[in-house]
Design a protein around this ligand. Structure first.
Ligand code: TXA
Ligand code: MG
Length: 347
């Protein structure tokens, strides 16, 4: 039923519609669901044929494993072999919420989910509609972000429709996602916390539960033959069609850079309030220093860059602290690690 040509319906989250979506999931169908981070493309995690439909619809590389979503702590036990103390402490503090924890998997978890790894990534989302869907379907749900592979993650039901229309029967419309960036991903292997993907549960928040190592690949590009602790780090991500270049600098040197390119087909990704006097096409994404609003608006802003009608966009870089670290990490990938660093003189 999920081949191209299926009629895709947007469903409001009424009891009746939740029941219909849950039944489809139970029957091995894929359904897009809202979460507090981004929309997910869900399937019964214990049904390999259903999970295969996710990879097909997204055109996702088979070597990139999926997150399994649960709606109670009881659902965790059958999926994992062991939960160490570090993981327990993080679950107590941040579940339900935007934190994914990588744990040793049990026999029950099909290898298509984990791309053959011995670990499984698990998340207990806070979003009430997501919880109702998981509970009503009666199965843990595998769900990557509901975008075509490589595109910015969807933060509204319309974004899912834009990317996946005709490839799934239902999108449950929960409105705009609260956070707008995907969950924080950590592993607690060996009792130590390693940050694999920054998110709304920040490095600072995690550090209250022990020493945190930031995995290589979070803030810099991995070498071609370097192993990724999280396979998703290797793949191109969040990219609009328009070429994006991130500029780490103060505002004045950034303006000077734009001026030096006048006459070229360029646009800008700015912070709110910085657009005065800018004469090229632009999109804004939150105020400077406000990682929460930046995170909420980034993916939507990246999608809008393609309608500016320019070849290249120069983007203002966020601060790397708090939620800003996650915003920086996503923008770094959106620009394919193409970064210009300017000092105060613009050099
Ligand atoms: O907020 C989110 O996490 C959203 C919503 C839908 O829950 N989901 C999401 O899934 O962002 P996805 O597939 O787009 O990103 C999952 C990330 C990938 O970078 C993947 O490589 C990593 O988690 N991952 C999954 N399983 C892993 C594992 N066993 N070990 C290491 N990394 C893993
Ligand atoms: Mg994704």
């Amino acid at each position: 039923m999920s081949g191209v040509g299926v009629v895709t319906l947007l469903l409001k989250p009424t009891d009746e519609n939740i029941e219909a979506a849950a039944t489809a999931l139970k029957n091995g169908e894929i359904v897009a669901i809202p979460t507090e981070t981004v929309y997910g493309l869900a399937a019964d995690a214990l049904n390999p044929q259903a999970v295969a439909k996710i990879f097909k619809a997204k055109e996702r590389p088979q070597d990139n494993p999926l997150i399994v979503h649960i709606s109670s702590l009881e659902m965790l036990n059958p999926l994992v072999n062991e939960v160490d103390e570090a993981a327990k402490s993080l679950m107590k503090a941040f579940w339900p919420g935007p934190l994914t924890i990588v744990l040793e998997k049990s026999e029950l978890v099909p290898s298509i989910i984990t791309a053959g790894l011995s670990t499984v990534a698990v998340r207990f989302p806070k979003n009430e509609i997501a919880q109702r869907l998981i509970t009503a379907s009666g199965c843990p749900l595998a769900a990557p972000s509901a975008n075509s592979s490589g595109k910015p993650s969807p933060t509204r039901a319309e974004h899912v429709l834009e990317d996946l229309k005709g490839k799934l029967p239902f999108i449950v419309d929960g409105g705009e996602c609260e956070v707008g960036l995907e969950s924080t991903v950590v592993t607690t292997k060996g009792g130590k916390i390693t940050l694999l993907r920054p998110g709304a549960v920040t490095l600072e928040m995690l550090s209250e539960h022990g020493e945190v190592t930031v995995a290589k690949g979070v803030l810099s590009e991995l070498e071609q033959n370097e192993a990724a602790l999280s396979p998703g780090m290797k793949h191109r991500h969040y990219s609009p069609k328009t070429k994006v270049i991130m500029v780490e600098s103060e505002l004045e040197p950034f303006y000077s850079l734009l001026k030096s390119k006048s006459g070229e087909s360029i646009g800008a990704l700015l912070f709110e309030g910085e657009e005065k006097g800018v004469e090229i096409p632009f999109v804004c994404y939150g105020k400077i220093g406000d990682g929460e609003v930046q995170g909420h608006e980034l993916f939507s802003a990246l999608r809008r860059l393609d309608s500016l009608g320019v070849d290249r966009v120069y983007a203002r870089a966020p601060e790397k602290s708090g939620r800003g670290l996650a915003v920086y990490n996503r923008l770094l990938r959106a620009c394919g690690f193409d970064v210009i660093r300017l000092d105060k003189k613009g050099e």
